[in-house]
Design a protein around this ligand. Structure first.
Ligand code: UN1
Length: 496
């Protein structure tokens, strides 16, 4: 098993590791043990990081993009080499089971190679000009210093979705990782260092949202904020960035549903629901927390789900026999408990789970039993609000049309899925499901990095992570006209 080499992390600013006095403990959610201490920085550290980023960015922007990409290729190879070690550290700080942690590191590796490829593309457009002897094109220009604020649930993958496109496009980054999961940030910074990224191009400032996050949002020289996290915080960031005319990209969760039609392969649907509802203990933005089921197969689905849930093994994610790991922290447990009471109060029927697990080895960690409600209605709070835990509610419906309506009847719009064998319904569903991601005959999780990630309505503000669409967040479009006629040609006027 991998060992944690340091007892205290430091900020990474201008290529140097800078100690911060004030710290908080980082707790392993599976065991309750303190792993190490994370700095709680203040705005002075943010100012230093921005200064370093600002000066580094000027030179970085002049490095040809294919050479910038070389650094990302090296990052990809180092991540690949260190995959198992990083996955184990990730499980320790985040709790997700080791197989999923490996998958998350793989997502970072994929993103490195994919974005490195963009170093030789970063496509703009050439177009004809209106006038003779005139050339017109649009190019992507870096923006400058970008601020990224990342969550604890995908501490390395989401950081790569944001930092890699920013860097390949010629920006410098100030990054505030979640204080619950700082080890992945520390390790990724070390990987960048080893890969030869010039100092100051990425800077990591550990600390709280109120101190570090606010200082970033309010810093004049940070021209873009990319945030993944809660809806409440995201809305505040957007309001502040709006006031400052600062570009902002937000991803703020979902209330994702799996639709099971009467013609579905029920065993496959059960597997899809299990994986996307209870994988990562339901702590994915894309996690399934509603199952919209056709009334004709409701009882059959309930029976099969209950039987499958009984086999779920819960415990420390480093033990490969466990399929469901812990909840990130005690407030997470409390929030889930609160929703269990809300669900019962609303009249949903609790079929399984609904309680914290505290027996034996589980006593020191934060574990919650996989939970199934049934006979929920679309408007109940448990069917509307993000719980971020292993809780799923079955909502019976009478038709395909009603299923689509229920799916779309929430304020979020991240991911949705339908299980059916009817090809006409498949195509109608992919057209009518009002989410940024749609799955057919698969659960609601499992996005691939070369497609845009994000959602409609309350999930975001129209931007996307990953995919080439991420480049739109970290670049400005510049339209360039070159007149080689040797005389003044007036657009829209001197046309023959
Ligand atoms: C998240 O839920 O915040 O699609 C990210 C997925 C993963 C990423 C999830 N590839 O479930």
């Amino acid at each position: 098993m991998v060992e944690v080499k340091t007892k205290k992390l430091a900020n990474f600013i201008n290529g140097e590791w800078i100690d911060v006095e004030k710290t908080a403990p980082v707790i392993n959610p599976a065991t309750g043990e303190t792993i190490l201490d994370v700095p709680l920085s203040d705005s002075a550290s943010v100012n230093k990081a921005v200064e370093a980023a600002k000066s580094a960015q000027k030179e970085w922007a002049l490095v040809p993009a294919p050479q910038r990409a070389e650094v990302l290729y090296r990052v990809g190879y180092i991540l690949k080499e260190r995959k198992e070690e990083l996955a184990q550290l990730l499980t320790m700080e985040n709790g997700k089971v080791i197989e999923e942690a490996r998958g998350e590191v793989q997502e970072g590796i994929d993103m490195a190679f994919y974005m490195a490829g963009e170093g030789r593309r970063l496509f703009g457009q050439t177009t004809p000009a209106e006038l003779k002897d005139k050339f017109a094109m649009s190019v992507r220009a870096p923006i400058g210093v970008v601020g990224i604020i990342t969550p604890w649930n995908f501490p390395i993958a989401i950081a790569t979705w944001k930092s890699f496109p920013a860097i390949v496009a010629g920006n410098a980054v100030v990054w505030k990782p979640a204080t619950e999961t700082p080890i992945m940030a520390y390790e990724l910074a070390r990987v960048f260092e080893e890969a030869g990224l010039p100092k100051g191009v990425i800077n990591v400032v550990f600390g709280s949202g109120t101190e570090v996050g606010n200082a970033m949002v309010n810093h004049d020289d940070i021209r873009v904020i990319s945030f993944t996290g809660s809806n409440e915080v995201g809305r505040n960031i957007a309001a502040e960035c709006g006031r400052q005319l600062k570009k902002v990209s937000l991803e703020m969760g979902g209330k994702n549903a799996v639709i099971v039609m009467e013609d579905a392969d029920l065993d496959l649907a059960v597997e899809g629901i299990l994986w996307s509802a209870f994988g990562t203990s339901g702590q994915r933005c894309t996690a399934c927390s509603r199952v919209i089921v056709h009334e004709n197969v409701k009882t059959a689905l309930e029976e099969r789900l209950l039987a499958a849930m009984e086999k779920l093994t819960i415990g420390n994610g480093l033990d490969t026999s466990n399929r469901v790991g812990p909840i990130i922290n005690k407030p997470g447990i409390e929030k889930i408990k609160k929703y269990i009471e809300i669900g019962k109060g609303e009249g949903a029927k609790l079929l399984a789970g609904g309680y914290e697990l505290t027996d034996g080895d589980l006593a020191n960690g934060n574990y919650f039993a996989p939970t199934l409600f049934t006979d929920a209605t679309a408007s109940m709070r448990i069917a509307q609000e993000e719980i971020f835990g292993p809780v799923v509610s079955l909502i019976p419906v009478k038709s395909f049309e009603e299923a689509i309506e229920v799916n779309n009847g929430v304020t979020f719009g991240l991911s949705s899925s339908i299980f059916t064998r009817d090809v006409n319904r498949v195509f109608k569903a992919q057209r009518d499901l009002d989410t940024g991601i749609v799955y057919v005959n698969a659960g609601t999780t499992g996005a691939e990095i070369h497609l845009p990630f994000g959602g409609t309505k309350g999930t975001g503000n129209g931007h996307r992570d990953s995919g080439i669409q991420a480049l739109d967040v970290y670049t400005e479009w510049k339209s360039v006209y070159v007149d080689f006629s040797g005389k003044l040609q007036r657009a829209q006027i001197d046309v023959e």
